[in-house]
Design a protein around this ligand. Structure first.
Ligand SMILES: O=C(CO)COP(=O)(O)O
Length: 256
């Protein structure tokens, strides 16, 4: 059973780019031919969102890479949901492994952020995923379910949530999960949603995969029934390769 709704491909640019490199990337994305039946989102660093919003085709939506947990105010260095909306964002990535494991964000805090962003009308790309040692210890599902539960405990609705399964060992390592490894976790996540949230949420929520997705491996991954799209890091910094990943939706159609 796959999530209903369009294939979803997000490009997480992380802390990369300059005004010039981003102008080039936007121009490449504007001239790329992208399958119409895909929700495409890019997530530039905050300081370039305005530049991207004013130059990128409206066919691609924009996401923040993080947001503050509540209304803005005296929170030095933070960016509020209201500001993301004001500048044209429709989405925010929350719970990314780099925020969890490098910055130290905790499940409950991330859940609160998700609830606040949703209450203000942003869509949330909710990231979960296990570390290598957790996978090796047979704890993949436990870790993913715990992270998922923190979102589930906090969010009022799943309508605008996309779950991104991003195994930490696959992020930026060139070591992509095999289609079977990803599919196995996506099925487990869907099953968890069915048991713990509702059958409807389980069947409607898109579960996308992230971790070393590139132009060469996307088609095989996209064929898996429960892989409803991708969250792409490094390869999203190259317009033509990102377009190939967006267009891997056609592999899904062939086998569907
Ligand atoms: O973290 C990721 C997307 O959010 C994945 O990064 P890479 O595609 O560079 O492995």
């Amino acid at each position: 059973m796959a999530g209903s709704g369009k294939f979803f491909v997000g490009g997480n640019w992380k802390c990369n780019g300059t005004k010039d490199s981003i102008a080039k990337l936007v121009s490449d994305l504007n001239s790329a031919s992208l399958e119409a039946d895909v929700d495409v989102v890019v997530s530039p660093p905050f300081v370039y969102i305005d530049q991207v919003k004013s130059s990128l085709t409206d066919l691609i939506e924009i996401s923040g890479q993080n947001s503050w947990v509540g209304k803005g105010g005296a929170f030095t260095g933070e960016i509020s949901v209201e500001q993301l909306k004001d500048i044209g964002c429709k989405w925010v990535i929350l719970g990314h492994s780099e925020r969890r494991h490098v910055i130290g964000e905790k499940d409950e805090f991330i859940g609160k952020k998700a609830a606040y962003a949703l209450s203000e009308g942003l869509g949330v790309i909710a990231c979960i995923g296990e570390k290598l040692e957790e996978r090796e210890a047979g704890k993949t599902f436990d870790v993913c379910f715990e992270q998922l539960k923190a979102f589930a405990d906090a969010v009022p609705s799943w309508e605008k949530v996309v779950v991104a399964y991003e195994p930490v060992w696959a992020i930026g390592t060139g070591k992509v999960a095999s289609p079977q490894q990803a599919q196995e976790v996506h099925v487990a996540v869907r099953d968890w949603l069915k048991k713990n949230v509702s059958e409807e949420v389980a069947s409607k929520t898109r579960i996308i995969y992230g971790g070393s997705v590139n132009g060469g491996n996307c088609a095989e991954l996209a064929k898996e029934e429960d892989i409803d799209g991708f969250l792409v890091g490094g390869a999203s910094l190259k317009g033509p390769e990102f377009a190939t990943i967006v267009n891997s939706v056609t592999s899904k159609k062939v086998t569907a």
